[in-house]
Design a protein around this ligand. Structure first.
Ligand code: ADP
Ligand code: MG
Length: 146
C-alpha cells in the first residue's frame, strides 16, 4: 500500500503524522528518508504530539536515540532515533533501540534509516520526504510487509 501526500506547512506535515500514528497499536517501525531539512523530525514531532500533546521534541542527532514514555492503553514507549551521525553499521546492534524494534509496547521512528542497510527491519512503514519548494513537501508512505 502506498500513499502520496503534499503538505504546504510544517503543521500540515505534523497533522498527517498524527493521522498515521493514530492507527498504530504498538510494534510499528517507521523509517524516514529525505535530505537534511526535508521534514523528518517535523513528522516525528507530529507523531509524538499525538501521544504527548505539546511535548517539545528535540532532534536526537547528537545522542542518536531519545525515549518518550507514553500513556496509551497498548503502547508504553516511543523511541526517536536519528542515525545521521552513525559512523559504522556494526555499532547498530549495540544501540539499545535495536532491541525495542517490533516490541509490541513500543513505536520506533528512525531518521536516516537507509543507514541500517541490510539490518533494516520488516515489516515497517517507509516515509520518504522530498523538498518541493520552501514550504511544500511530498510525503510518500509505504507499508512494507514482512
Ligand atoms: P529533517 O529532520 O528532515 O532534517 P526538520 O524536520 O528538522 O528536517 O526540518 C524541516 C524544516 O523545514 C523545518 O525548518 C520546517 O519548519 C521546514 N518546513 C517548511 N515546510 C515544511 C513542511 N511542509 N513540512 C515539514 N517541514 C517544513
Ligand atoms: Mg532530523
Amino acid at each position: 500500500m502506498r500513499n502520496i501526500y503534499i503538505t504546504n506547512s510544517p503543521d500540515k506535515t505534523k497533522k498527517l503524522a498524527k493521522e498515521i500514528v493514530s492507527q498504530f497499536s504498538g510494534g510499528e517501525v517507521v523509517c524516514l528518508y529525505g535530505d537534511l531539512g526535508a521534514g523528518k523530525t517535523a513528522f516525528v514531532q507530529g507523531m509524538i504530539d499525538y501521544f504527548i500533546p505539546g511535548k517539545r521534541v528535540l532532534s536526537p542527532t547528537f545522542i542518536i536515540v531519545r525515549h518518550y514514555r507514553i500513556n496509551h492503553k497498548l503502547i508504553d514507549k516511543f523511541l526517536h532515533v536519528d542515525l545521521y551521525r552513525l559512523q559504522d553499521i556494526k555499532e547498530i546492534r549495540k544501540l539499545e533501540f535495536f532491541e525495542s524494534i517490533q516490541k509490541s509496547d513500543s513505536i520506533v521512528a528512525i531518521e536516516w534509516a537507509e543507514k541500517l542497510e541490510n539490518l533494516i527491519p520488516k515489516p515497517r512503514i517507509d516515509i520518504h520526504i522530498k523538498n518541493l519548494d520552501k514550504d511544500r513537501r511530498e510525503i510518500k508512505i509505504k507499508y512494507v510487509k514482512s
